[in-house]
Design a protein around this ligand. Structure first.
Ligand code: HEC
Length: 441
């Protein structure tokens, strides 16, 4: 076990969730925007309306700054945060998918190079060449999504990979296609909303309204197809995920799903009314407000997708607390369940002197260390914690003493959404003593 990154009150997962939710806006905009850009550029050429190029300039500059400054920063941020929050799961993903990421980065580089060339060669090279540069960007950006979606979907449904260890068995898993299709549709929805905001500042009224109308149609189509493909995704989810997310195993997940639907419906309505029907109503303030609504919707939707994966961080293979839960014979990987049942402390490398052996004096301190590793990825320990604070949860269950808590931990196996406690009897008592000491505050 690596050292543990403990974030009081919120847990480290919230950091990743905030960064990752924000990252969805620039990343999906980056992949979706150029399909619309090229569409408008073609229209400008075909109908001989150079005024439309005003939009291309505005939109591309916004993409350049928003996606390639904030998007890149948050992308790197996800890597940093995930690496410290869950080093073993990142390590497992890299061991399996390093060539997937390497391929993705080739397309990233293409994307980055072409967007600069595209922006700075507008009006300077022949229109045909310019459009070709746009196409290269559009395709390479989308292909980067084709790749990263495989790795994301693998974390939810690793399917036969657990037996074969095969790269493509895990990559093209049962939720891969629904996720690729819904992300592809959603990227057009996001691109549409941004295009409306960008176009609302255009000077020529006719050009402005035409672009806004087209962007709304693209955006609305993206939302509708995104909804249809998301339903397909829900249908294809593993049974355990359906149990947690749809059948009330974890009731708050269903609420997140409803929240996502309401947010997406609001954005759709905005595009319909202030985009397609009355483009003159589209403006920056309302548009940005809608972006916030979209952000909340994405946060809820992604929260749902991440939530139904429990108790795993990598489906079937690794628990949310980074313990390996199953054998993968093809990779010579062994489950750690039996091993850790005999004693967990010996497998944490960084333990202060004096806490290696449990004594009545240091029991609570050792319990804290073990609890961080086994519960701390999902729970906070202080009574004022906001993320599933354990004192509150135990109080709700009516368990306040060390014996109550230790008894409850024996039965953790019965929870569908939590890993069992893995450790010796003595270690369990230490964790219970620590948790009980938090209750008395
Ligand atoms: C993979 C994430 C994860 C890990 C690891 C985890 N839990 Fe949980 N736990 C949850 C979730 C999710 C809930 C549901 C919270 C809710 O209802 O809001 C929960 C609920 C609970 C509850 C309330 C149960 C009930 O019936 O209402 C207790 C008590 C609890 N956890 C204790 C622990 C302890 C102790 C550990 C470590 C030994 C632990 N958990 C490890 C995710 C986890």
């Amino acid at each position: 076990m690596y050292p543990f990154w403990e974030v009081p009150v919120w847990t480290s997962g919230i950091f990743i969730a905030l960064i990752a939710t924000f990252h969805i806006l620039p990343s999906h905009l980056a992949t979706g925007a150029f399909w619309f850009n090229v569409f408008i550029e073609r229209k400008a050429l075909k109908e001989n309306r150079p005024g439309l190029l005003d939009f291309i300039k505005r939109y591309t500059l916004m993409i350049l700054i928003f996606c390639f400054v904030y998007g890149s920063l948050t992308g790197v941020g996800i890597w940093f945060a995930a690496t410290v929050a869950s080093p073993r799961s990142i390590s497992a993903l890299i061991h399996n998918y390093v060539w997937g990421w390497a391929t993705e980065w080739v397309f990233f580089i293409l994307e980055i190079v072409t967007i600069y060339i595209y922006y700075y060669t507008l009006d300077k090279v022949s229109p045909k060449t310019h459009m070709r540069i746009g196409w290269i960007y559009a395709w390479s950006a989308w292909i980067s999504m084709v790749i990263i979606t495989g790795i994301l979907a693998f974390m939810l449904s690793s399917d036969s990979w657990i037996r074969t260890g095969g790269f493509f068995d895990g990559f093209f898993n049962s939720t891969y296609w629904p996720q690729l299709f819904s992300r592809t549709a959603l990227m057009l929805g996001i691109a549409g909303l941004y295009a409306i905001i960008s176009a609302s500042g255009m000077e020529n009224e006719k050009d402005r309204n035409d672009v806004i109308r087209s962007a709304s149609i693209w955006g609305m189509a993206g939302m509708v197809f995104g909804g249809i493909f998301s339903a397909w995704f829900l249908y294809k989810m593993p049974d355990a995920a359906k149990g947690l997310g749809l059948s009330g195993g974890l009731p708050y997940l269903k609420n997140m799903l409803y929240a996502a639907v309401v947010c997406y419906a609001l954005v759709f309505l905005y595009m319909l009314v202030a985009g397609l029907l009355r483009p003159q109503l589209a403006g920056k303030t309302l548009g940005i407000l809608m972006l916030v609504v979209l952000f909340l919707g994405i946060g809820a939707g992604e929260g749902f997708r991440e939530g139904v994966r429990r108790p795993y961080i990598i489906s079937q293979f690794m628990y949310g607390n980074q313990i390996i839960a199953a054998d993968v014979p093809a990779k010579a990987i062994k489950s750690e369940k039996e091993l850790f049942k005999d004693g967990f402390l010996a497998h944490i490398y960084f333990v202060p002197d004096g806490l290696r052996t449990i004594t009545p004096e240091n029991e609570k301190a050792v319990g804290h260390i073990i609890a961080r590793h086994q519960c701390g990825n999902c729970h906070t320990f202080d009574a004022d914690g906001k993320m599933r604070a354990l004192p509150g949860l135990f109080t709700r269950l009516g368990m306040t003493s060390k014996d109550d808590i230790a008894g409850w931990m024996d039965a953790m196996e019965g929870y569908a959404y939590m890993p069992p406690f893995l450790g010796s009897e003595e270690e369990k008592q230490a964790v219970a003593a620590f948790l009980a000491s938090k209750m008395q505050k």
